[in-house]
Design a protein around this ligand. Structure first.
Ligand SMILES: CC(C)(COP(=O)(O)OP(=O)(O)OC[C@H]1O[C@@H](n2cnc3c(N)ncnc32)[C@H](O)[C@@H]1OP(=O)(O)O)[C@@H](O)C(=O)NCCC(=O)NCCS
Length: 192
């Protein structure tokens, strides 16, 4: 059954929410990436997200349990926002919470005059066709032939939400382990 949690600002004066967001981040990426492998790192990421110029939003249930978290970081004088990070509790995935968080961020970015939402999604574990090859040989061709191979890489989620692959950073995480850049125009979804 679809869940429709409340989505609220994550702010520095809510230590319980901040801590839950850090635990969620740490647990969701454990063993999958180089980042946030200890809780202190995750806590720093959460603290950074509540800086004044950023957007930080959490999806909570009726008891204020954090079910998901999305952050936004401005660049290009506020026209382009990086979605960073995005995480939904494993027990609550595939119920529309990730989509709701991204749509919420899109609305907030559009309200601030932003036109573009982008993100980098690493492929450190050979989960997509962009891994394990020499991307310099033919970057556009590799992007055109993109497909998911295995595992939990969130590429299909982002493509489903209208993001497109706009680039790669070859070897970002070691040879054959790229970062994959996704972007989406936000203005059209929310009016002129
Ligand atoms: C990626 C993530 C945020 C998706 O959140 P979610 O709440 O499960 O996603 P939703 O239920 O809103 O899914 C939206 C759509 O994407 C699809 N989708 C979600 N995850 C998917 C996956 N792993 N593979 C294929 N499709 C997926 C859903 O089926 C749904 O499709 P629909 O349009 O047919 O309804 C969540 O899986 C997660 O937190 N993963 C671990 C952390 C992570 O990888 N974050 C991203 C870092 S870049």
């Amino acid at each position: 059954m679809p869940t429709h949690p409340r989505i609220i600002d994550l702010t520095g004066d809510h230590p319980a929410l901040l801590d839950q967001a850090a635990v969620l981040l740490h647990e969701s990426f454990r063993g999958r990436t180089e980042e946030w492998q200890d809780l202190d790192c995750a806590r720093r990421e959460v603290q950074d997200s509540v800086a004044a110029e950023r957007i930080s939003r959490v999806a909570v249930d009726l008891n204020d349990n954090v079910l998901g978290w999305v952050g936004g970081i401005p660049a290009y004088r506020g026209r382009v926002w990086e979605l960073h990070p995005l995480v939904v509790a494993a027990s609550h995935r595939r119920r529309g919470i990730g989509r709701a968080l991204v749509h919420d961020l899109e609305r907030m970015v559009a309200d601030r005059g932003g036109t573009t939402l982008w993100l980098g999604s690493d492929d450190e574990n050979g989960e997509t066709s962009l891994s394990g090859i020499d991307l310099y040989a033919d970057v556009p061709g590799a992007i055109r032939q993109f497909r998911k191979l295995r595992g939990e890489h969130p590429c299909e989620f982002y493509l489903r939400l209208g993001f497109r692959i706009t680039g790669v950073m070859p070897d970002a995480n070691g040879p054959g382990k790229p970062d994959i850049f996704f972007a989406k125009r936000v203005e059209r979804a929310w009016g002129p």
